[in-house]
Design a protein around this ligand. Structure first.
Ligand SMILES: [Zn+2]
Length: 426
């Protein structure tokens, strides 16, 4: 049993246990002068104001002084493609010089470059490439990470990617949630036989992934240049029949109706959503499907499309913000930066952006065990931040506020704060 104390602001994200007086903090469950008691099982046994710690824990408990820090639940990145090989910096330079995505793809760049390099890489090589990306996420306070396949596009290569995720998950200390995205794009070999590829995914890949227990969710990219709504629905229905949770890349470049259709199938999340209609938002609200927004990708692609965050939130849809960490459209592991973009660019309130990388993001990966909160029974995962208040987390553009990270109550990472920065924040 371990007591974390001397916390200026503890964000429990458990408003039912710690209701807010200030509407600007609604839903965050903020406790000033807070403490967290971590049980032997690595879960929160008690959290609240330090002065109200139950007497039996006041003595004989190991105390960890967090030095007046602000503490958030370990962050949850609900959408990444961080297992990949290959270098896309030339694509980036060409795109910055005004070349179109289509022209880059036509000369062999784009997602096909990543597929070629990922197929050529061994399981060991892919793990060695992905590990530092996970470490970088961890350094930004992220303790739970959704990771997709989708650069293999053959049964063997998709399984290889998912085996990499399984291996890295066993290594820890992060918690990984694997998703099979065999239907990312149609591989070149199936250009003339799209239906054949959809069959390969639904009849060969998904059953084998289920048999090996390598993924929790099935995802599909439904858009111009990827899969049609009809094809996407076949993949999602196949996944549902095998017991997978469902996710969808929807309404990113064009509106296809995939978000509402996936919600109708009970999808846990619909992701991107830049071209979501009013009726689509209603469908997500009715189904309880989380909207996962990826402003880093929209910005990296030129900033033409903004996801309708307010349209979703005002209808009561839970909204998550994720990095989309991938080599083509968002090579970033900076989840705190996505909260800044959610506020400044998508019109979210700071409290909504913080919930979007914690509690709502956990829902988006199907975790309903208190992950993304520090309420009673939640995993005791802490992102300890050297800031004056939680409001500085989305406010400090591009700053990483995280100085130590704890998983199940154990320290997994720490780095010294920048001297004097905290004083300079106010
Ligand atoms: Zn994606």
């Amino acid at each position: 049993v371990r007591l974390f104390h001397n916390i200026t602001e503890l964000l429990t994200l458990a408003p039912e246990e710690h209701p807010a007086d200030d509407p600007a903090e609604a839903g965050l469950g903020v406790v000033r002068g807070g403490a967290v008691l971590c049980g032997e099982d690595g879960r929160v046994q008690w959290s609240g104001p330090e002065g109200r710690l139950p007497g039996e824990h006041a003595t004989g408990t190991e105390r960890v002084d967090l030095g007046g820090a602000v503490v958030l639940p370990g962050l949850v990145d609900a959408h990444t493609h961080l297992v990949f090989a290959g270098d896309r910096t030339r694509d980036f330079a060409d795109r910055c010089a005004g070349e179109s995505y289509e022209a880059i793809a036509a000369r062999g760049g784009g997602i096909r470059l990543t597929v070629r390099a990922t197929r050529a890489a061994s399981l060991d090589a892919l793990a060695a490439l992905a590990r530092p990306r996970l470490l970088s996420l961890l350094a930004h306070g992220v303790t739970t990470v959704e990771v997709k396949s989708g650069y293999g596009l053959s049964v063997a290569d998709e399984l290889k990617m998912l085996e990499v995720v399984a291996r890295l998950g066993r290594e820890g200390p992060w918690r990984l949630v694997p998703t099979v995205l065999g239907a990312h794009i149609v591989p070149d070999a199936f250009k003339a036989d799209r239906a054949g590829y959809v069959r390969l995914v639904t009849e060969e890949l998904l059953p084998e992934v289920a048999r090996r227990g390598l993924a929790r969710h099935v995802d599909v990219f439904c858009d111009a240049g990827a899969f049609t709504l009809d094809e996407a629905l076949r993949v999602l229905e196949g996944g549902r029949a095998l017991g997978f949770g469902l996710k969808v890349h929807a309404e990113q470049l064009t509106r296809t109706g995939a978000a509402a259709a996936a919600a109708g199938l009970g999808a846990v999340s619909a992701d991107h959503l830049e071209h979501l209609s009013e009726a689509d938002a209603d469908a997500l609200a009715a189904a309880g499907t989380v909207g996962v927004l990826l402003p880093g990708a929209a910005l990296f692609l030129g900033g033409h499309d903004r996801a309708p965050a307010r349209r979703l939130l005002d209808r009561g849809v839970a909204v998550a913000l994720a990095t989309d960490c991938n080599p083509g459209t968002c090579p970033s592991t900076h989840l705190p930066l996505m909260t800044t973009l959610g506020c400044a660019w998508l019109g979210m309130a700071p409290r909504e952006a913080v919930a979007a990388v914690t509690r709502s993001a956990a829902w988006a990966v199907g975790a309903r065990d208190g992950t993304g909160t520090l309420g009673l029974g939640a995993p005791c995962d802490l992102a300890v931040c050297d800031v004056e208040s939680w409001r500085h987390v989305p406010y400090l553009l591009g700053h990483n506020p995280v100085t130590s990270v704890w998983v199940s109550g154990r320290k997994v990472l720490s780095r010294p704060p920048l001297a004097g920065l905290r004083a300079a924040q106010s």
